[in-house]
Structure formats: C-alpha cells, structure tokens
Design a protein around this ligand. Structure first.
Ligand SMILES: [Zn+2]
Length: 104
C-alpha cells in the first residue's frame, strides 16, 4: 500500500462524512470516484496507488488497519470477484483498479 493510499485510509477511518460518501458509491465504485473523493480532503491519489502489492494480499499491518471497519473492510480487504473474468480482487479499491487496467 502506498503512502498516499495509507493517508486516504487514515482519513476514511476518522472522517464520517467521507465514510458516508464512500458507502454511497461502494456498489458502483471507480478509480475516478475514489480519486475525486480523496481530492476533496486534500489527498492526491493516482491509478498506481491502487495497484495490488506484489503478492496481491494485504500485509498484516494493512489487515490490522482495517479490523472492525465497515467501509474500510469493503474498500480494502473484502474479496470481490470480477464478473467479467473471474479474477479475485482485494477490496473495492483492488476491484476498481482491476477494472481500470484490465477491462477498459
Ligand atoms: Zn476482470
């Protein structure tokens, strides 16, 4: 996970307004929407910030960071299977990255 994505994760954890925004878009999430949402809170994200780590899994620190966290769990750790090709992605962020890099 990149520093910018970590910053975004921290912001999501503590910002209820941002949590509500992300909840509202979670079923139809895209990289553009995430980047725009982060930008509203002064966090600059790029497509590469959403690239999965090399082994494709969250680190123990990442998992700890999302423990107990509704929208954080959905965004970063819940497994999502791509309907088009069957790839298994880590969280809505991983899925949005997969869509943007594989199916555009
Ligand atoms: Zn796919």
């Amino acid at each position: 996970m990149t520093d910018n994505l970590k910053k975004f994760q921290e912001e999501v954890k503590t910002n209820e307004e941002l949590q509500k925004k992300l909840e509202a878009m979670k079923d139809d999430i895209t990289i553009d929407k995430l980047i725009a949402a982060a930008g509203e809170y002064g966090i600059t994200l790029e497509l590469d910030d959403f690239a999965p780590s090399e082994d494709g899994e969250l680190s123990p620190e990442d998992l700890e960071a999302v423990t107990g966290g509704g929208i954080l769990n959905i965004l970063f750790s819940r497994k999502i299977t791509c309907h088009r090709c069957g790839a298994v992605c880590s969280g809505a962020t991983g899925y949005a990255y997969h869509l943007a890099t594989t199916h555009l």
